[in-house]
Each structure stands twice: as C-alpha cells, then as structure tokens.
Design a binder for this molecule. Structure first.
Ligand SMILES: NC(=O)C1=CN([C@@H]2O[C@H](COP(=O)(O)OP(=O)(O)OC[C@H]3O[C@@H](n4cnc5c(N)ncnc54)[C@H](O)[C@@H]3O)[C@@H](O)[C@H]2O)C=CC1
Ligand SMILES: CC(C)CCC[C@@H](C)[C@H]1CC[C@H]2[C@@H]3[C@H](O)CC4=CC(=O)CC[C@]4(C)[C@H]3CC[C@]12C
Length: 324
C-alpha cells in the first residue's frame, strides 16, 4: 500500500460490516471487541418529531453509554464521538453565536429532545476521559461538533430540490438573508474524524477530553442562500430579497404544525419541516470560526469549497431523475 497526499495510506481497505443496535449493550460489545479505536457516530437525528423523546434518549444517550462501557470492557482506549453544534446552540433564547469558537462563552439552554440528548451524550463521553479500561490503561476520548452538514446524501437538500421542482423551479425565501448558519461539507467532517482517530493516541494529553467544532472553508450564509449554491446550478431560483411571509406568520404556522402533530399523534406521524424548533434554529445566527483542530491535530480541510460545491451539485443533479 502506498502513501497518499495527506500522508494517509492509499489503496484498498478491507471493511467488515457488523450490524447492530447501539441500545443493545451486548451488540455494541460484540462490535467493539478487538477494536483499537472507536468512532461513535450512530445517532437518531430527529428535530421533526418523528420519534418519541424516549427513543431519542435511548439511542443517543443510552447508546453512547453502551459504547463507553463496551470500550471499558474490551480494553479499547480511544473513543471519538460525533457530537453536534446543537449541544451549544442556538439556545432557546435565540441568542446569536457569531463566528464563535470552542471557548466562546454562550448560554447553552435546550428544551428539544435532540440537542438535549446530544449534550448529555457528549458530557458522558468527555467525563469518561481518563477512566480505566480493561488492562488498566486510561480511556482517551474527544468529541467533534459538526455544524449543519451538507453534501452527497443530504436528504433535506433533496427535499427542497423536489419542492422547488414542484413549484415550477422556484423556492420562496422564508428567513432573512442576514441570518448566518454554519455549514460544513460531509467529506471534511469524515476527514476530521479520521485524523482524530489517527492522532488521539500520540497526543492523548493534549486532545483527551477536548471538543472540536467541525469546520471548513464553506462560506457563511443564511440556510436558504447556502442551499442555493447547489440548487441554483440545478435550475432553481430563490424568490424574494426579503422573506415572503412576515415572521409572526411563520411562528403561527410552526405552532399550528406542532399542535396538529400532537392532535394527530394517535392516528399518524405528522412531521413537517417547519416547527417552532426548526424555525428558531434556521432563524438564529450560528457560525463558527476556529483553528483548534488545526492546532491540535493538524487538520486542514481535505475538500476545498469549490470541490465540496461541485460534488454536492452533481449529487443533486443525479437525484433529478428519481425526483420526476
Ligand atoms: N446532519 C447534520 O447536519 C449533523 C449530524 N450530526 C451527527 O452526526 C451523526 C450522523 O448523523 P447523520 O449522518 O446526519 O444522520 P443519519 O441519520 O444519516 O445517520 C445516523 C446513523 O445512525 C444509525 N443509527 C440510528 N439509530 C441507531 C441505533 N439504534 N443503533 C445503531 N445505529 C443507529 C442510522 O442507521 C444511521 O446510519 C449523528 O450522531 C448526528 O447527531 C452532527 C451535526 C450535524
Ligand atoms: C423555511 C424553514 C423554516 C427552513 C427549515 C430548515 C430546517 C429544516 C433546517 C435549518 C437548520 C437545520 C439544522 C441545523 O443545520 C443544525 C443541525 C444539527 C444537527 O446535529 C442535526 C440536524 C440539524 C438540527 C439541522 C436540521 C434541519 C434544520 C433545522
């Protein structure tokens, strides 16, 4: 096997897939046994009310506890956790987080089950740093906090694309262009995980118990303007320099959706994109500006903004056939 541009090994890699449920401790133990490093990225990502708060807690918090316990029992010393920007914010008060870094003071107050579960799970992982694993050596853990991930496989992007096609090639602006939302390309999030997994053992004293935002050179834009970087070249147009509907009306619609969800629950799962939580997240500035990952483990984005954009556009275009 040869070395690639970034010093990593290049060539075929053998992967063994083991299917399991993180809520089942014995299944997690079976998957972790014999592993040198664990990257725990499985999670229930639901901000729409599809799953119950109990299920979200079981998967994200209890599942993470199972992973930690499996590392301890198996004597696996290195654990990397995929956390989220959501453990910080936006908070329930809608305070902006503008170009913040890992040390920026911010009142992290959550009510929604998803950010609550990610925050609890992250805390479990960080508190487990230094815990003795089988054999007596200390566990080394750290957490990566991606902002909104985009790229190939981004289902919400595909949903917006299909909606735009249905509306005759148009999407209507709902959020002011001045609200900036942090985004990071999926390939760079993955690359950051690989680097952490590679460096955690050698740099345990520096990296153990640390959190790192996942970032790259994607531009700071509003959620909708950012999506248009990909949907625009696919033939969609964002209508309106300002939101089409007044904010109070969006709040009303979001509240109505939440009420309908609650009323219909015994009959069906009504889970539209717009609810009070998603509206608050989309409408609150949250952007990061940091070089901590570069300083601690030499991270540089593997994919430039141009590459990330092109790859995402190609993926959206490829999904066009199935959209019609
Ligand atoms: N999508 C985003 O913008 C962001 C995602 N994240 C985090 O990144 C991670 C991956 O998220 P995505 O790829 O977006 O979501 P996803 O839903 O595409 O992937 C989650 C994976 O977890 C697996 N999973 C769910 N429940 C499981 C269970 N009980 N046992 C085993 N596996 C289970 C799913 O099968 C799926 O493969 C999650 O931990 C999420 O919290 C963090 C920040 C932003
Ligand atoms: C016109 C509507 C109000 C627009 C709705 C857009 C929303 C569905 C999305 C806006 C921001 C997204 C979230 C954000 O990127 C942060 C996230 C981090 C995670 O860890 C999981 C996903 C998410 C909560 C993401 C979910 C969709 C949005 C709320």
């Amino acid at each position: 096997m040869e070395r690639g541009e970034n010093g990593g090994l290049k060539g075929p890699v053998q992967v063994t897939a083991i299917q399991g449920d993180v809520t089942q401790a014995h299944e997690v133990a079976a998957a972790v046994t014999g592993a040198h490093v664990v990257i725990h990225t499985a999670g229930l990502v639901d901000v729409f009310g599809r799953a119950s708060p109990k299920t979200i807690y079981e998967v994200n918090v209890q599942g993470t506890q199972n992973v930690i316990e499996a590392c301890v029992q198996a004597g696996t010393r290195l654990l990397v956790y995929t956390s989220s920007m959501e453990v910080v914010g936006p908070n329930t008060k809608g305070h902006p987080f503008y170009r913040g870094n890992e040390d920026t003071p911010y009142e992290a107050v959550h009510k929604h089950p998803y950010p609550c579960s990610k925050a609890l799970a992250e805390r479990l992982v960080l508190e487990a740093n230094g815990k003795k694993v089988r054999g007596g050596l200390p566990l080394v853990t750290c957490a990566l906090r991606p902002t909104g991930i985009y790229g190939e496989g981004h289902q919400i992007m595909r949903d917006f694309y299909r909606q735009g096609l249905r509306l005759g090639g148009r999407l209507f602006r709902a959020i002011p262009a001045s609200v900036e939302h942090g985004r990071v390309y999926v390939g760079n999030v993955a690359w950051m995980h690989v680097l952490v997994a590679r460096e955690l053992e050698q740099r345990a004293a520096l990296m153990g118990g640390q959190v790192y935002f996942c970032y790259d050179r994607s531009p700071y834009k509003s959620y909708e303007d950012f999506n248009m970087e990909f949907l625009g070249p696919c033939g969609l147009r964002l209508v309106g320099a300002r939101p089409l509907l007044p904010y109070w009306l969006l709040v009303l619609l979001a509240t109505l959706n939440a009420l309908l969800q609650w009323l219909l629950r015994p009959l069906l799962v009504y889970a539209p994109l717009l609810n009070p939580y998603t509206l608050a997240v989309a409408n609150t500035t949250f952007t990061v500006s940091t070089d901590k990952a570069q300083r601690h483990f030499g991270y540089e984005p593997l994919f430039s903004w141009e590459d990330s954009r092109t790859r995402t556009i190609l993926w959206v275009q490829a999904s066009e056939g199935s959209a019609r």
